[in-house]
Design a protein around this ligand. Structure first.
Ligand code: UD1
Length: 340
């Protein structure tokens, strides 16, 4: 297949590019590089041993999107591109709605106009909201989310479901990610957050490498075994493999819309993760327990049964693998990707 990967220069997108190429497909990337460095493409070309064509523009630009689809032929699209910082989405909600919804409208419009019939979309466990029973199952309703960011994911899930239901030529996979961490085992690509990391493992990695003084643990008075929040951390390599499995399965999938959780099915606490990272890095990582962060749920994880049964996919990497690979990437690239 010839696969267009939007946001292919980003964290999850870049890992997926490597696996989609390795599976024998041709990949074209579209990315506006608003949250990714162009040098990631050099790393991807070195890892895959192929030239990766890149189109640098913002998908909310309908004319440019239409031109790309008029000029090239695609069999499928994997749509990662989007704004993704929960806190920022509260301060800039309009930007989040305009960007995440607008890019999806523009992309799907071009796909339909040019007969591209397979779409894999990056959704999030955040669509389960605050009341879903744990473990989260794909059939839970009603979807809800506690932030504008999360609401863009809920809205896009509804939009894509409605469009696919009305159009027999379109099949959609909605992939609900749990907490992706880790890096490619080569240590040459990984997560490169701009500014202060919002997420736990990138922050721990920056403390371990000496860029930050200590981790703030947001609350140890939750109703969990050690009092810190539990999440379902999934290795980005397993997550990328889930995209490939979904892409392959869409061809024969009976339903127009297919929702799959991509998680491991187990929870890990903040302190367990900290200690796993200490083992990987071979050093103590200073931390301090501070107050809770607004909006954090105590504990949740995926029920990954549906993806296993329908995709034959299952996460195989352990938390120790995730930390070892994150640490290899962080040590080799203490300041992330070079500017040039
Ligand atoms: C967050 C987003 C989620 C998004 C996901 C991407 C919220 C409420 N949710 O998930 O929508 O899809 O990132 O991976 O923001 N923690 C610390 N200290 C830190 C950072 C985090 O103790 O410096 C704790 C948090 O309180 C939480 C856990 O670590 O309990 C995981 O946090 P994080 O990595 O930000 O992920 P989520 O909040 O689960």
């Amino acid at each position: 297949m010839r696969v267009l990967i939007s946001g292919g220069a980003g964290y999850i997108g870049s890992h997926t590019v490597v696996q989609v190429v390795a599976a024998g497909h041709d990949v074209v990337v579209v990315d506006d590089f608003s949250n990714a460095k162009p040098t990631v493409i050099n790393r991807l070309e070195a890892l895959t041993g192929t030239h990766i064509p890149v189109h640098a523009f913002d998908l909310t630009d309908r004319d440019k999107t239409e031109r790309l689809f008029a000029d090239e032929r695609f069999d499928a699209v994997i749509h990662f591109a989007g704004l993704k910082a929960v806190g920022e989405s509260v301060d800039k909600p309009l930007e989040y709605y305009e960007n995440n919804l607008g890019s999806t409208f523009s992309l799907v419009r071009a796909m339909r106009r040019h007969g591209v019939g397979k779409l894999v979309f990056s959704s999030s466990a955040t669509v389960y909201g605050d009341h879903a029973p744990v473990p989260y199952r794909e059939d839970y309703e009603p979807l809800a989310a506690a932030s504008p960011y999360g609401r863009t994911k809920v809205m896009i899930e509804h939009v894509l479901s409605d469009v696919a239901a009305a159009d027999p030529g379109l099949k959609v996979a909605l992939l609900r990610y749990f907490n992706p961490i880790g890096a490619h085992p080569s240590g040459t690509i990984g997560e490169d957050p701009q500014g202060i990391p919002n997420n736990l493992v990138p922050f721990i990695a920056q403390v371990a490498v000496g860029r930050r003084e200590k981790l703030n643990v947001f609350g140890d008075d939750y109703p969990t075994a050690d009092g810190t929040c539990e999440r379902d951390y999934i290795h980005v390599e397993d997550l990328a493999a889930g995209h490939l499995a979904a892409l392959t399965a869409l061809e024969a999938a009976p339903a127009p819309v297919n929702v799959w959780n991509l998680g491991t099915g187990t929870g890990t606490s903040v302190l367990e993760m900290l200690h796993a990272f200490e083992r990987a890095a071979g050093k103590e990582i200073p931390y301090e327990v501070v107050g809770r962060r607004a909006g954090d749920l105590p504990a949740y994880w995926a029920d990954p049964t549906k993806a296993h049964e329908e995709l034959g996919w299952r996460a195989t990497r352990t938390v120790d693998d995730m930390c070892a690979d994150t640490w290899r990437w962080q040590q080799g690239n203490p300041n992330g990707y070079p500017d040039a």
